[in-house]
Design a protein around this ligand. Structure first.
Ligand code: FAD
Length: 485
């Protein structure tokens, strides 16, 4: 066995979260080894957020052009996938090449190692024949992979995951989407708007099941208006592929056929590959268990999707800030400097108190109460905090208010494509919002004001005194507040 090489920190997985942590720790003066087995940047820039939102931008342009009729004359639309595929290949992903991203990391002083890493005992990481001993810590940012359900026959077919759907150069004639969550609906609507015959099959009784039921209704109606067939409450039992297309056989005898099958039934961390047993951590869980400073166990932190705290890029970035501050605090302590980690509720930073960057300010603690999320269908479904049913399950004295966009001034003016609403969930005892949903043409943007209200626990009485610009979509917040009284 090779002698371990002594470094300060090893980061395993350079996706959104890992790259941010590794880069910032390297900039702070630590010797950081970043290990990535696939592409630096992870799922978001290559097969996730960025290319999917480019697809959505293109599909929404088509939908807007189709709305010209009745508003502004006539417009002829002939969808063409070629510019979308080209944009994803050339602008988003450099043809799935991470040279620029690797340089971004090494330019910050990090050392890049391509390969698959696993833990090899306390403080040690193995990448093939190489072993690194980390003085100050190891950070796991290994993300998730698609979770494919154990449906008979499925594993033997050439089904798509998000990766093939994002890389597609030529659209199929028809597409079966297994899974009616955010990713499934976004991609279903895109492909339908480009002329693909799309069918969505969902096991639960509604699409977007984690969001408010009203959001599921609006999203389903919007997709149906785009020609998407939606079937809920369907238990897939068997999948067959005959060389030309797929057949999905469901409980009760229903059958669905299409040229392609896209499986988007959630994602899961693959903890079994990480050597967690060598550091006494249970690899049998769905996600890594972390505390509010993203600690897994002595000397090990986790960041991003692998923590199961919300599979979003903004969660990975938020957690990265905490991990960086905490690792620097530990490094300072190991070097004999003051330990700021005991004091709470302030933001860490870089000041170089003891040779490594990092201020003596307190390390923040993770708080997900105002976690925002957006499904980028048209209309967008934005949500923050708790849904009404989640709040009721927690025994909160719930008060709700709802305002529909089509009957608001801006919605009425907007006309075609004006579906949506604002729904507020309040803790009546505390007089603050604890959740909100904003569905509409700019649902994700309207969400920002609601996220501030939930995050800062702005008293509802103060929100009622606010002036809401006329005629904006966000004025529906005022209407929903009125509906609550
Ligand atoms: C289609 C789609 C659309 C999405 N859209 C959005 C969106 O609009 N907004 C949003 O906020 N989020 C979106 N997401 C989610 C977002 O992509 C993830 O939340 C984000 O990528 C998580 O970052 P991460 O660093 O935790 O993991 P990842 O990005 O998954 O990165 C983990 C990295 O670790 C590497 N790795 C794993 N194990 C090892 C190992 N043993 N050794 C070395 N390397 C390893 C992997 O190769 C990977 O590169 C979307 C996801 C998908 C699939």
């Amino acid at each position: 066995m090779a002698d371990p090489e002594l470094v300060d920190v090893v980061v395993i997985g350079l996706g959104v979260g890992g790259e941010e942590v590794a880069g910032r720790l390297a900039e702070a003066g630590l010797t950081v080894v970043g290990v990535e087995r696939d592409l630096v940047g992870g799922e978001c820039p290559y097969w996730g957020c960025v290319p999917s939102k480019m697809m959505i931008r293109a599909a929404n342009a088509i939908a807007e052009a189709r709305r010209v009729e009745g508003l502004a004359g006539t417009a002829e639309v002939r969808p063409d996938w070629a510019p979308v595929a080209k944009r994803i290949r050339e602008e988003a992903t450099d043809t799935w090449d991470d040279t620029v991203a690797v340089r971004r990391f090494t330019g910050k002083g990090g050392r890049f190692v391509r390969g698959s890493a696993r833990l090899d005992g306390p403080g040690r990481v193995r990448v093939g024949e190489r072993v690194f001993q980390a003085r100050h810590g190891i950070v796991l940012g290994t993300g998730t992979k698609p979770s494919v359900p154990p449906v008979d026959g499925l594993a033997d077919t050439p089904y798509w995951t998000n990766r093939q759907a994002i890389e597609v150069e030529e659209l199929p004639e028809s597409l079966l989407v297994l899974g009616g969550g955010a990713i499934g609906l976004e991609l279903a609507q895109v492909f339908a708007r480009f002329g693909v015959r799309v069918t969505v099959v969902e096991a639960l009784d509604r699409v977007l099941a984690v969001e408010e039921p009203e959001a599921s209704e609006v999203a389903a109606a919007a997709l149906r208006a785009d020609g998407v067939e939606i079937h809920t409450g369907v238990q897939a039992q068997r999948v067959g592929h005959d060389g030309r297309g797929f057949t999905l056989y469901a409980a009760g005898g229903a059958e669905f056929t299409a040229e392609r099958l896209l499986v988007v039934t959630g994602r899961r961390a693959h903890l079994d590959e990480l050597g967690l047993d060598t550091v006494g951590v249970d690899a049998g869980r769905r996600y890594l268990t972390v505390d509010d400073r993203l600690h897994v166990t002595e000397g090990i932190w986790a960041v991003g999707d692998v923590t199961g705290e919300g599979a979003f890029t903004h969660v990975a970035m938020y957690q990265a800030g905490i991990v960086v501050a905490d690792v620097l605090a530990h490094a300072r302590r190991a070097d004999g400097g003051p330990d700021p980690s005991g004091t709470a509720n302030a933001t860490g930073g870089a000041s170089g108190a003891t040779g490594v960057g990092g201020s003596a300010a307190a390390v923040p603690r993770a708080d997900y109460r105002a976690l925002p999320r957006v499904t980028f269908t048209d209309p967008e479904v934005g949500a923050v905090g708790l849904t009404e049913s989640q709040a009721r399950e927690r025994g909160v004295n719930v008060q709700v208010g709802l305002a529909r966009l089509p009957s608001s001034a801006r919605g009425w003016i907007h006309k075609a494509g004006n579906e949506g609403f604002v729904k507020l969930v309040a803790d009546a005892d505390r007089g603050v919002l604890i959740g909100a949903t904003s569905v509409g043409p700019a649902g994700g943007e309207v969400l920002s004001g609601l996220a501030v209200a939930v995050h800062a626990a702005v008293p509802i009485a103060r929100l009622r005194q606010m002036i809401y610009a006329y005629p904006t979509f966000h004025r529906a917040i005022e209407d929903a507040l009125r509906d609550m009284s």
